[in-house]
Write a protein of this length. Structure first.
Length: 246
């Protein structure tokens, strides 16, 4: 018999929310799995601490820990390898907040030196960058398929299993309304798209509250806005028990 899986949506530097939902979970054992859907850093004030907490979980709890790659982790790897100012500079992406979580709060505008540090991701410790490179693009167990953004459509209009997707990076960035509306198959749990942007008329979970978890026919969205004014959601499978930080 499969154990329980506890899957958590986008955290975005909100350590308090992470600690709150983890503190609500029942006692875990070696048959349980914790899945994190990615986007651990940026926007919220404590990216460094969120990453450290998740990295250390496997040493501190008996459950299996699976930390997936999100598009923000993918973006920072591109920044480190090649530079990507179009990602780093827009304030809404929260990159300065990530840097300040590692280096301390800066006052006022960044000087040229600190701007270059941010533009190249040089504040990220080498061991953190190495860890980011190990993060998988998806995970699957008896209960569901877990992926940061969603599944990719095939030429015939169906949706590819993540293992069949040639460019795995697409699993981290795709935002396809057809997937949210039309996908049918094994349950997929995803983040990336804030639930308020998903078709509320299709959600069977508190449809009167668009900010809440989104539960379509075969898909569940868990990005409830942590780190950007919302809250963090964890879903327990197969019971479909919901834990929230708010």
């Amino acid at each position: 018999m499969a154990g329980r899986t506890f899957v958590t949506g986008d955290i975005h530097g909100d350590l308090d929310a992470l600690l709150t939902v983890l503190g609500q979970l029942p006692p875990l054992d070696s048959g349980d799995t914790l899945v994190f859907l990615g986007d651990y850093l940026d926007r919220g004030p404590r990216s460094a601490q969120v990453i450290e907490h998740i990295r250390s979980l496997a040493r501190r709890i008996p459950a299996k820990v699976v930390a997936l790659r999100g598009n923000h982790e993918d973006a920072w790897l591109r920044v480190v390898d090649h530079g990507w100012p179009e990602f780093v500079l827009p304030s809404g992406h929260g990159c300065r907040e990530a840097m300040e979580s590692y280096l301390g709060k800066q006052r006022g505008d960044l000087d040229a030196t600190m701007l270059e540090v941010m533009l190249r991701g040089r504040f990220l410790p080498r061991d953190v960058v190495a860890w980011l490179r190990t993060l998988p693009h998806f995970y699957e167990d008896e209960h569901a398929i877990y992926v940061h953004a969603g599944l990719v459509a095939a030429q015939d209009g169906s949706f590819l299993h993540p293992s069949e997707t040639a460019q795995k990076v697409a699993l981290l960035w795709v935002r396809d309304q057809r997937f949210f509306r039309d996908y049918r198959g094994k349950r997929v749990v995803f983040g990336h798209t804030v639930t308020e942007m998903l078709p509320e008329e299709l959600s069977s979970f508190t449809p009167e509250d668009p900010s809440d978890m989104w539960a379509g026919p075969c898909t569940i969205g868990l990005d409830t806005g942590a780190g950007k004014g919302g809250f963090l959601t964890t879903l327990e499978l197969p019971s479909l028990t919901v834990y929230e930080s708010r």
